[in-house]
Design a protein around this ligand. Structure first.
Ligand code: HOZ
Length: 437
C-alpha cells in the first residue's frame, strides 16, 4: 500500500505553527497522541472529508460528534442560508431560540427550562455554578477520565486531550481553584457512597458523562447508574448529566432516556448546533430560576443563541424528530462494530470494542474497559499504528485512543464496507508489527 501524499497539509502545518500554538486550535488535532502529520481539511460531503492533497476519507470523527446527519446535510445548509439573509447576530432575543429551547424540552422531560450558551465548556461550568448557587454548597464530584470542558475546576483527572497527552491535571490551575473538586473512579458506587458519607453536606453536585465518550466510549454498570439516581439526592445534592456528547446522539432523549435517569441539570452541545458552535444547560425550573436575570447566579454571553447555530440546530433536531434515525443508526453501528471485532480476531489482534448507539471505541487491550484505570492499560502504540493504517486506506479515525468515533445517517452500507475492508488489512498490519498485541 502506497503512502499518503500529504504534501500540502505538511506545508500548511509548517505555516500554521508560526501563527497558532502547535499549529492547531484544539490540541487533539495536532495528532500528538498518534504521531505524524494531520491532514488539513478542504471540505466534507455526507460521510466523507477531503484534504488539501485531494485524499478522501470516510469520516468517523464527524466534528467530534455533532454531525449526526453527516457533512452538509441539505436541510441544514438550507436553514443556515435562509438565516444569512436576515442577519447573523443581534444580541437580542429571537423566536428561533425559543423554538430550539422548546425542542430540547420536548425531547428531555427532565429539562423544564434551558439556557443556550456557545460551547460545552460554558454549559458545564454554568451548570455547576447554578448547582452551587442553588444548594449553597461548594464541592463538586466528578469521575476520573470524564471530561467536562476546560473550566479550571473541572480539569482534574480529566479524559479527552488531557488523557491523550498524559496530563490529566492541567498546568495553570492553582490548587485552590480545584480544591472543591472531588474526583472518584467511574463505575464505583462504593466510592460515591463513601464520598457522600464523608462530605455529603458540602457537595453541591455530581457531574457525570452518563455514557463516557472522553476516555473512549465506556458504559456505566447498572449498580453505578442506580447510585447516580439515589446517592446525590439522598444528600440534597444535584445530579448534572453532561450530555454534550450523548444528547440527541445516542437517542432522541439522550443517555437519560436509555438509562432512565432524571438528572436535576443537563448539559448539551454538539448535535443541538448541527455542527455550529453551541452549548446549553437546563433542568429543574427551581434550580434554573436562580440564574440571572431571575436570580443571583450570573451567566451571560454576547453570542449566546446566535441565529446561525440556532437555525442549524433546529433543522437537525427537526430531522431527528421526524425521521427517528436511531434504530437505523443502531443497526449500522452494530454491523460496523461487530465487523471490527471479527476483523481484529481474524488478524490475531486483541481488542475491546465498546459502543453505545452510534458512538464507539476500539481499545487495544485484552481486558474489558470499564473505567479510567482499565482504559489507561491500553496499548497506545498499537492504537497509533491502527490509526495510521486506517488513514492510509481512506478512513479517518480519532487520533487518540481516548476519544469516541461516530457514525452518521450518511454512512450507508457501502461506507461501512469500506471501513471494514480497511480494518481487516489494518489489523493484519498491526498484528504483524505488534505480535503480542
Ligand atoms: N473530546 C473532545 C470533545 N468533547 C474532542 C474535541 C477537542 O478536544 O477538540
Amino acid at each position: 500500500m502506497s503512502e499518503l501524499n500529504l504534501d500540502r497539509s505538511i506545508e500548511a502545518m509548517a505555516r500554521a505553527r508560526n501563527a497558532i500554538p502547535g499549529g492547531v486550535n484544539s490540541p487533539v488535532r495536532a495528532l500528538k497522541g498518534v504521531g505524524g502529520d494531520p491532514f488539513f481539511v478542504a471540505g466534507g460531503e455526507g460521510a466523507f472529508v477531503f484534504d488539501l492533497d485531494g485524499n478522501r476519507y470516510v469520516d468517523l470523527i464527524l466534528a467530534w460528534g455533532p454531525l449526526i446527519l453527516g457533512h452538509r446535510h441539505p436541510a441544514v445548509v438550507e436553514a443556515i442560508t435562509r438565516v444569512l439573509g436576515r442577519g447573523f447576530s443581534f444580541g437580542a432575543p429571537t423566536l428561533e431560540e425559543v423554538e430550539l429551547a422548546e425542542g430540547v424540552k420536548r425531547a428531555l422531560p427532565s429539562v423544564e427550562t434551558v439556557r443556550l450558551v456557545n460551547s460545552g465548556t460554558e454549559a458545564t461550568m454554568s451548570a455547576v455554578r447554578a448547582a452551587r448557587g442553588f444548594t449553597g454548597r461548594p464541592k463538586v464530584v466528578k469521575f476520573e477520565g470524564c471530561y467536562h470542558g476546560h473550566a479550571d475546576f473541572l480539569l482534574v483527572k480529566a479524559g479527552s486531550g488531557l488523557a491523550t497527552f498524559g496530563t490529566p491535571d492541567s498546568a495553570g490551575v492553582p490548587a485552590e481553584f480545584a480544591a472543591h473538586t472531588l474526583t472518584l473512579p467511574y463505575n464505583d458506587p462504593d466510592a460515591l457512597n463513601a464520598a457522600f458519607d464523608a462530605a455529603g453536606g458540602e457537595i453541591a453536585a455530581v457531574i457525570v458523562e452518563p455514557f463516557v465518550g472522553n476516555m473512549g466510549v465506556v458504559l456505566p454498570a447498572p449498580g453505578f447508574v442506580e447510585a447516580l439516581r439515589t446517592v446525590p439526592r439522598a444528600h440534597g445534592a444535584l445530579l448534572i448529566a453532561d450530555e454534550v456528547m450523548t444528547g440527541f446522539r445516542v437517542a432522541w432523549g439522550g443517555a437519560q432516556e436509555l438509562l432512565d435517569l432524571k438528572p436535576d441539570l443537563t448539559c448539551l452541545g454538539k448535535v443541538i448546533g448541527g455542527g455550529l458552535p453551541v452549548g446549553a444547560y437546563g433542568g429543574r425550573a427551581d434550580v434554573m430560576s436562580k440564574v440571572s436575570p431571575l436570580g443571583p447566579v450570573y451567566q451571560a454571553g454576547t453570542m449566546s443563541g446566535n441565529p446561525i447555530s440556532v437555525a442549524a440546530g433546529i433543522a437537525t433536531l427537526s430531522i431527528l424528530g421526524e425521521f427517528d434515525p436511531y434504530p437505523w443508526l443502531e443497526g449500522k453501528a452494530a454491523r460496523l462494530c461487530g465487523g471490527l471485532a471479527a476483523a481484529a480476531r481474524d488478524a490475531g489482534v486483541t481488542v475491546q470494542v465498546n459502543r453505545i448507539a452510534s458512538m464507539f471505541t476500539v481499545f487495544f487491550t485484552d481486558a474489558p474497559v470499564t473505567d479510567w484505570r482499565s482504559a489507561d492499560r491500553c496499548d497506545r502504540k498499537a492504537y497509533a499504528a491502527f490509526f495510521h493504517e486506517m488513514r492510509r486506506r481512506g478512513v479517518s479515525l480519532p487520533p487518540s485512543q481516548f476519544e469516541a468515533a461516530f457514525l452518521s445517517t450518511a454512512h450507508g452500507d457501502a461506507e461501512v464496507d469500506l471501513v471494514l475492508g480497511a480494518a481487516a488489512e489494518s489489523f493484519r498490519a498491526v498484528g504483524a508489527a505488534f505480535p503480542t498485541t
